[in-house]
Ligand binder design. Sequence first.
Ligand code: PTJ
Length: 247
Amino acid sequence: MTDEADIPEDHPRYQSLLTRHRIEEGVEKGITSKQGLIAEGRGESFDYLIGEETIPSADEAERAAAARLLLADHAVLSVNGNVAALVPGEIVSLAEATGADIEVNLFGRTEERMRAIADHLREHGAENVKGLAADARIPGLEHERGKVDADGIFDADVVLVPLEDGDRAEALAEMGKTEIVIDLNPLSRSPRTAAIPIIDNIIRAVPNVTRHARELADSTPEELEVIVAEFDREAALDDAERAIRDI
Ligand code: PTJ
């Protein structure tokens, strides 16, 4: 396997090579599941069709997401094996910029992978990583997949769930959580369930939400509420689908 530094930045597929490299390394470190490799391939094909850029409607969604996270009573950023491999430091920065908690929440939960991901996030600056207590359940999901922390996702009013599977996104929405979903497939059930669907590569989306959150840090709650209210989720989903079809 090559080192990240060996990937030439002027390569036309730089971002895609970097993403693949991080996922491959994630699997080798026991962070990312083998299913995560398949999810990555799926995401890459949609990114190719979208033009490997943040389209304007995704940027608007990222600004609305930043405003919603800043307004939250208790926001939690949910981290799975792909998220931990692709954007560990960027998730820590977003948590700092918005006051959100970080919780590891896995589709294919094993104690080894939970611990490896929590350690990886701590190596990237996370002070408090939730998910290991697993003392609460998401109703409607089978035992392992429904495990969450009572003082984390279970208690949260706003949850960022990137690259999530549809069942869990729906179960969280049914609990009354406001969901912000990052997913490159606008037809997938998870972004369709979300209050704020972000159709963008997580590699670009998370730093951009952080940038918006820093810019909005001094805004009043009323100003933030206007940004959230003006965001049109249906228009954002339609726009992403159009960008894919009009290639
Ligand atoms: O680590 P675990 O055990 O929690 O498992 C995580 C995966 C991702 C394997 C699991 O949640 C899963 O199987 O997810 P799906 O159903 O394959 O859905 C993943 C979604 O994320 C798909 O719609 C992809 O298009 C999308 N996706 C993949 N890579 C990216 C992405 N979206 C944004 N940025 C990406 N880099």
